[in-house]
Design a protein around this ligand. Structure first.
Ligand code: SDX
Length: 426
């Protein structure tokens, strides 16, 4: 199948590729050469595919999300996070033996060089944990030089189990640094999720007891955040990785991209917004008006999505889980009611309905994180912990498919040629 375009009186045929879910794309790889210079322009890549990928499928109109063909609803309900990580990275759900080996290989690599603590010491307590985690992830390169420009599947596997083991330690250390607590290495006898909880919350003078409600809630949340095809941070990981800068550098860049309030940083911004509304006496109408006011930069955080023009399936699951977790933990959080009220108002408001703006993954997640005792500034770090296997999967696929270095074109709109002027004449 082809698409044809006419330009400057000439007609050009371009191949159309079709994906396994019947999506179609015009392959413009030959466009510039065939037309002697014509390129496409697509701000924010709203209409442009960067790759063919077999990892995650989204249908924004139908609110479908699948990891390697498995529905997010089934994975969130039945799977363990490490099982889903293995699925995303290697393409298949692991057998019991494969999962145990993967976990053991990760445990064997979960020590972080003591000198990394000296870098952590250099940060002020006020440092945002996302900046700390991004920096320490990049610093890991210096202590694992063999994990940089890896080409073989085996070398990639070694780099993958290293980052899967060390990244949660760095995230827990960022929290403990802020809380003024000694750094903890967790406990190899625990599962991946329970070890994260223990590293984050164990008090030096107390036993840490795993609360099964907290453990199950975190497992589900990290699964829901594990991948989301070519989002801003995954695209960042791919393009940094395409220069062969290595997995750790690519993940560090992905953490930085996720930090932005328009992306993963929205989960922190949502809670701050809900708290502001609560302080304002719960006046949601004022904030709805601000969100709709073109002259007001305020946005209804946690609402809207580049791809989902229907409900974000993850938001539905998280909203249901919020009620269950707060109920199980016996927590009354007034911002949950404010969030539900805001959602109801927005879904009845033409501004949001016309623009197909629905709650996204970030709208309710912070309410659960807060109930689990996670500080607001750590919410986006929790998103990064969930997204780590997705970033790894995207990086590995890009490298195994030997994708070329990412280097977009542009349309120049600056000054045309002008001769140099001596400073005495300026
Ligand atoms: C994530 O890409 C992914 O998959 C991301 C993610 C993942 O798992 O990786 O799903 C995670 O990042 C979720 C999104 C979290 N961000 C937020 O909740 C921040 C608030 N949302 C928006 O900033 C916005 O909706 C985006 C960034 C999410 C999407 O922006 P787009 O696709 O570029 O849409 P747009 O900015 O062009 O908006 C279209 C219209 C505009 O109005 P008009 O100019 O047409 O009149 O909708 C309006 C926007 O002003 N709009 C909003 C709004 N979001 C869009 N108006 C008020 N509040 C909002 N939240």
């Amino acid at each position: 199948m082809n698409a044809s375009i006419e330009f400057n009186g000439n007609k050009y045929e371009l191949p159309v590729v079709k994906g396994s879910e019947n999506e179609h794309a015009i392959d413009i790889s030959t466009l510039r050469v065939a037309t002697k210079g014509l390129i496409t322009l697509d701000r924010g890549y709203k209409n442009t595919g960067s790759c063919e990928s077999g990892i995650t499928f989204l249908d924004g109109e139908k609110g479908i999300l699948r990891y390697r063909g498995y529905a997010i609803e089934e994975l969130a309900e039945n799977a363990g996070f490490l099982e889903v990580a293995y699925l995303l990275i290697f393409g298949e759900l692991p057998s019991k033996a494969e999962l145990e080996k993967f976990h053991q290989d990760i445990k064997n690599e979960s020590q972080v060089d003591e000198d990394v603590k000296k870098i952590l010491d250099g940060f002020p307590k006020s440092a945002h944990p996302m900046g700390v985690v991004s920096s320490l992830t990049s610093a890991l390169i210096a202590f694992n030089p063999g994990s940089v420009n890896v080409d073989s599947k085996e070398d990639m596997y070694q780099a993958i189990v290293k980052i899967m083991g060390k990244f949660p330690v760095l995230c827990a250390w960022a929290l403990r640094k802020k809380a003024g607590q000694p750094l903890d290495y967790g406990d190899d006898s625990l599962g991946y999720i329970d070890n994260i909880l223990k590293m984050m919350f164990k008090k030096p003078n107390q036993e840490y007891k795993i609360n099964p409600v907290v453990s199950s809630a975190l497992n589900k949340l990290l699964i829901l955040h594990a991948d989301h095809e070519q989002n801003c941070s995954a695209s960042t990981v791919r393009i940094v990785g395409s220069s062969h800068a290595g997995l750790f550098a690519s993940i560090s860049a992905g953490v930085s991209a996720l930090w932005g309030p328009l992306h993963g940083g929205a989960n922190q911004a949502v809670i701050e917004m809900l708290e502001a509304i609560k302080e304002d006496g719960g006046d949601t109408k004022k904030y709805m008006a601000k969100a709709k006011d073109k002259d007001d930069p305020f946005r209804l955080m946690g609402f809207g999505h580049r791809v989902y023009k229907n409900f974000d399936p993850r938001a539905k699951i998280i909203k249901k889980s919020a009620d269950e977790v707060l109920g199980d933990l016996g927590i009354q959080d007034p911002v949950l009611d404010i969030a539900k009220g805001l959602e109801k108002e927005a879904l009845e408001d033409n501004y949001f309905v016309d623009r197909k703006l629905y709650p996204n993954v970030d709208f309710y997640s912070g309410i659960i994180y807060r109930a689990l005792g996670i500080p607001t500034e750590m919410f986006t770090v929790m998103f990064a912990l969930g997204r780590l296997p997705g970033w790894i999967a995207q990086w590995r696929e890009m490298r195994l498919m030997k994708e070329p270095i990412g280097r977009p074109r542009q349309i120049y709109v600056g000054e045309t040629y002008r001769p140099y002027m001596e400073i005495s004449n300026r």
